[in-house]
Write a protein of this length. Sequence first.
Length: 639
Amino acid sequence: MPEVVWFKDLAKDDAAIAGGKGANLGELVRAGLPVPAGFVVTADAYRRALEQTEASAELRNLLADLDVQDTTQLNLAAERAQKRVLEVELPEDLRQSILEAYHTLSEGGATFVAVRSSATMEDSAKASFAGMNRSFLNVYGDDDLLQRIREVWASLYGARAVYYRAEQGMSGDPAIAVVVQRMVDAEKSGVLFTVNPTTERVNEIALDAAFGLGEVVVGGEVTPDHLVVDKVTGKVLEREIGFKDFKLVRGELGESQRIPLSDEEAQQPVLTRDEINGLVQLAVRVEDHYGTPQDLEWAIEGGTVHLVQSRPITTLKGKKPEARVTAGREALVRGLGASPGLAVGRVRILRDLSEADRLQQGDVLVTHMTSPDWVPLMKRASATVTDAGGLTSHAAIVSREMGLPCIVGTHDATERLFDGELVTVDASHGVVLKGRITDGHGPRPAEPEKAIALPDVTATKLYVNLAEPDQARSVAQLPVDGVGLLRAEFMLLDVLDNLHPRAFVAECGDESFVNRLAEGLRTFASAFQPRPIIYRASDFRSNEYRHLEGGEEFEPTEENPMIGYRGAFRYVQEPDLFKLELAAIAKVRDEGFENLHLMIPFVRTLWEAQACMELVAASPLGKMRHFERWVMAEVPSVV
């Protein structure tokens, strides 16, 4: 196969030469899906470039007998290796092939492209390498393109990538392909679900749309238009026009520019009838190809719809739509119901976190937008209502995880609601109403807890997800078989007093950390005993840790924390903090609560799981009988 290959000539089985990402893009193009055009500079091209300049031999010598556990030595070797790769001169015929493909892609001139890593071992059955190799957006011109390709190659020798391969036992020379793909200069963009995630109706498509680049939708920076469309007829069943006060566009030099919109522009519908039809057709094609409901990211440029990303929807649970007990009543505020449910409480309008003490337990939190450091406040609230945001905004995602009603994208809830007034939040239908609604199936005052008799035993075990210690007693009285997922994050926010773990340990000591965490674990273990509790160890992402007090001193800045420094890989890198969690579990089990077990989150590779199990074995838990060890398979390759 040539060293420069177009997407159309690749398929999913070509990962050995095109890398996982390049091969998958080829598969999508072959399926006839509207993926932006591009080509792959293959792994063979990378190998030849290094061999001809003798860089391969130099890199082998540089990394031979390297002690990757010695951070100083590792960083120095990685820096020298990357410098050597950046000095590599591309063979003239390869250089010409790349530029010829680029000029063809550019129709004879230059154009903006994305230059992305596609390592041959990425997303394989043995290793994910998620986030370890570099990618670049808005690359323009011959020289910039060739330089970025070298930088992608050089990222193969970043310290984390070198360490990862060593711990994985990969002793051969690594290889990497490079994806070069035309950038979509989006005029409109957004997200689309091929099944309505709120009602789970399979005949409905739900989509959010905004002007400009899609980062503003995914990041919850504006309130997008929200539509529900019949998948068969294309009829718009619901339409909420969001207030989009700005758009993000690409500047002349490739930089992102924030363009303010007038009130009239901000309230204009994003999509035309034809564009809605095009998105519906795309949704059906993608779902038919994969055979499962999909979550898509899309962009429109010059009237053409482009598929930017597709992933399965994982949150469908077969729930039934809730009855609308608030129908016929005048709404104080309307928005997008992002996390369904009903709640009653006093409005508490907060402009920033300095006002946090004003929010009392059971209040309705009303604010412009939330971020990770707002989570402790959201735990106190009976519901959350925000001015901005869509289905993928922070407030929406966290509220769904916590099981709290949430309405986003109201535009002016902070202006229209009054501090202290009693309201009913009907988040299933996106409305806030005055007073307490108690008729029908609406919220009622809390009743005294009653023991519920367990039903006859069935072959199916029913487990719950929990995070809050104060819910343990009431949930334990339900007819469930235990806790299948006990989330550590919310518990740790209380334990750490909003301090970064390292800042807390420095101030209060290891023993205080262990005792406080053990207290929270004990609450769950005692409530459910003898039913099992599966505790998922802490899985804060680096951006969430940075928001904690003192976090900026300890956390890296990552472009994509979702697949970055977290979970099992973090435990291997920072075993001292992981050992404190293990010690807290052991302390509670020593007290007779042997129903408490451990789950390791975000395991990407076998070596990470093995390394974590070695840490568990070396802890007091290693000698305890009937102690279960689980892994969370969030990345398909671990299966």
